[in-house]
Design a protein. Sequence first.
Lengths: 135, 135, 135, 135
Amino acid sequence: MPYEYPQKVLFKHCDPAGIVFYPRYFEMINDCVEGFFDDVIGVPFEVLLREGGVPTADISVKFHKPSFHGDRLVLNLSPVRFTAKSFTLEIRALCADEARFTSNSTLVYVGSNGRAADWPDAISTPLKQFSEVTL
Amino acid sequence: MPYEYPQKVLFKHCDPAGIVFYPRYFEMINDCVEGFFDDVIGVPFEVLLREGGVPTADISVKFHKPSFHGDRLVLNLSPVRFTAKSFTLEIRALCADEARFTSNSTLVYVGSNGRAADWPDAISTPLKQFSEVTL
Amino acid sequence: MPYEYPQKVLFKHCDPAGIVFYPRYFEMINDCVEGFFDDVIGVPFEVLLREGGVPTADISVKFHKPSFHGDRLVLNLSPVRFTAKSFTLEIRALCADEARFTSNSTLVYVGSNGRAADWPDAISTPLKQFSEVTL
Amino acid sequence: MPYEYPQKVLFKHCDPAGIVFYPRYFEMINDCVEGFFDDVIGVPFEVLLREGGVPTADISVKFHKPSFHGDRLVLNLSPVRFTAKSFTLEIRALCADEARFTSNSTLVYVGSNGRAADWPDAISTPLKQFSEVTL
């Protein structure tokens, strides 16, 4: 089962064409990943970031259909690949059952010195479990 | 003479009504103050923030007329009041000679411990000079 | 009773000092007002904006204490003054019982031609009721 | 020759780790494309959007190194593929000669009805020329 993150399209997200300004989708994606670490991994970003970080190494997004002010989106986060140092995830954003965008991104772990490192156990254990159960 | 900061209204600033979404004006105001510290005070924020900070204690803004995509604004920053621990400034945003908004805000200095402190000399000297010459 | 709008401080809200970047507070304020029109007035912005708008004419904010990543804020929206053409409101943002900021802003109604107009009945009736009950 | 768009990393772009918050890069990418249409194509977005639009159909970005507050980036926009209905472009962001990110995105043209359409001549002529000269 993917992790579901609901997000109504608000006024602030929309551009002069009345649709979501696409850089705002990347804020939604970041919020969804932050919610996932909070709700599923059990290590909220505000705790995780005291000792390290989870920068995004790469991201690709296809925009299928525009989203309009008031649309009720659900971002569905699924695992793609889990390794000792990285986690690749897909997010499919749906409005009812219409796909709006699909993103594919890879997170890496960095320690307090800013260098790539293995996931700490507190993160790797639930991340591995989510990956195995959901894949 | 006020410090002048030009800012074209870009697509990202505009809302579904085709005018500037007002929280974006506060980013412009922050960019203008950052430019002022860089160009006039000679202490860029990226240097200043290594040892302290200049949080905004309060701000009030009147929006006179909407701004549209493509408008070429100039933000005019003038001193209002300079003290040992604070600096109050006005920014008038004009498009040609039409006023779009006027803001009034107070910056304070905080040291590396996050507490209010006197302006360091490197800041207070040019800030005082700007205040005296311009007022 | 004020209208309460909860908002956790997320990674996207925070600046290099680890506290909320104040232009982000204005997005929160806008989201709170949008929630208020949805939940209390019964006219969501995505409906209201088809025929008119509610631009902010002025706003002033005092920042009492910084907010940190992970803080759970509640924005409390109360009426200050209701007239045929405007609505002045206060928002007090609390973290537990510590005040973080207080804003005071005035909304006006504009019709489809972009000019100031009286509130339509569908808005003025619940707005008046909220103002009378809450004041 | 790519189109060059300079962008200093400002306070507003940076996150609690002191580096650019990656959704802000997408605003920079959008600003760069807007600058390109203004400076190279000769059809500014504020004119183009009266009759149509240029939504981004897909985008992928690799983040090579973090960018810090104060860094002076240059975004270098080059053509990848030009067709009757789309334009694929690469943006390489450099700080001095260090690559920070590389994006690859496809723009499509939509008419006033929101449907995909051929580029109007006023856009396709300079877009084709830029593609031929630069490829």
